[in-house]
Design a protein around this ligand. Sequence first.
Ligand SMILES: Cc1cc2nc3c(=O)[nH]c(=O)nc-3n(C[C@H](O)[C@H](O)[C@H](O)COP(=O)(O)OP(=O)(O)OC[C@H]3O[C@@H](n4cnc5c(N)ncnc54)[C@H](O)[C@@H]3O)c2cc1C
Length: 420
Amino acid sequence: MLGRERGRLAVALGLGALLPALLALGANLPLYEQLWRNLPGLRDTRVPERLLPVACLCLAGLAAFALARLPSSAALAALALVAVDLRAGVELFHPTATDPGNRAYAARPHDVPLLELPIFLPDRQEGSVYQYYAIGAPGPREERADCGFVYYGRHFRSDDGQLPAVFGPLLQPYDGMSILTLPCDRGTWGVGLVASGRDPALRALVDRDVWDAVLGAFPLAAHWGQGEPITDVQVMAKIEDRQRHLVIDGRPVATGVVAVGDAWACTNPSVGRGITIGLLHAVALRDLLREVPTADEIGVVRGWHELTMERVAPLVEDTLAFDRHRLAQIDAQIAGHSYETDDPAWALGLALAASASRDRNQFRHYLDVVSLNARGVDVLARPGVIDKTLELGAPAPLPGPSRAEVLELVATATYAPHHE
Ligand SMILES: Cc1cc2nc3c(=O)[nH]c(=O)nc-3n(C[C@H](O)[C@H](O)[C@H](O)COP(=O)(O)OP(=O)(O)OC[C@H]3O[C@@H](n4cnc5c(N)ncnc54)[C@H](O)[C@@H]3O)c2cc1C
């Protein structure tokens, strides 16, 4: 029966080899986009080259048919040639990695010959991945770095729905560490003791008793630890500052997708700017889509990149600059000296914050910066602001224990009798 059907089967196998091979050309095939949009199942492959295994299987079937028709000596000789080819390392295929930046390519051993078959990582939501394969572009670029801070946090609630009184800024800088007090809803709140990731001495803060003892020593924040605890100490470390670029050297590397908010850039959350930056970014997207139709896929990606760089990137850069200075200052304080920097923005920012508690107009200017209504550099450029900042901005450290006293507390609480 197989003999009778051989002709039809060969035709089916031929088509099975030809059609996937053509479709695997992706956007290089005329009318491919219309097929991709309308042919059920085609887009499920995500990457057009994924159809190539089907073609390979059909080709193998055709080869088997051909071998069966050859005299057995010729068939054996053909099989021997294939074996020699495979074993002797003669390369019939020359892998051409169109995307050297791709993680899957980077991870594969370089001495393994590879038929050009991009590997798609199903755990990644890269819906338009096929397009950057089709245009041979590099993948999206991500810049990631450990922000360098470690949070030792706990959550509390009150009996009566009230929140602790606010006696200082929500983010309080001290000698060698910071304290973050975060009012939440329904009478709950969070407290974070924020340390440098390079500070092994404060890793003992993971212990509840050590944590309580240290918080209790800071008069502006101690009462934030006096509610009913909802959690034990929770550690948040290895927090990444990350930015994702979908336009590289002016060239979009993915279309049909825009990265907004944290998906575009996220930073250490100490200064509480992420939601506002995300909202400003969403407003920018609204503005862009009023101007550029979504059908203009390249225009949307390019326009989005430009608008992001213009409106939102400076805010993220300011956040990163503040964070990096503060981390460097903490590290300097741990080393026992004061922090020096050539960057006047750091000292001016601190002075603006200090002047805010001494003058109501300065307070308004400062609020503009922390609410992201304006950048610090623009606020300081307003008439008279810089003079007032320099006049009133002498730093006034918040009351609290020194680094040495905190270390003393840590040591005492760590070796208290109940730990034995
Ligand atoms: C500990 C901490 C404290 C912070 N404190 C502050 C603060 O006090 N003030 C402030 O302004 N900012 C703060 N931030 C930052 C702020 O939370 C973020 O900047 C903000 O939430 C980003 O909003 P977003 O919509 O871009 O992303 P997200 O809020 O992360 O929203 C993304 C959503 O997408 C969902 N999602 C992910 N993948 C998929 C998928 N494949 N399919 C469907 N859904 C998916 C996620 O579940 C999530 O709900 C803090 C961040 C952290 C981590």
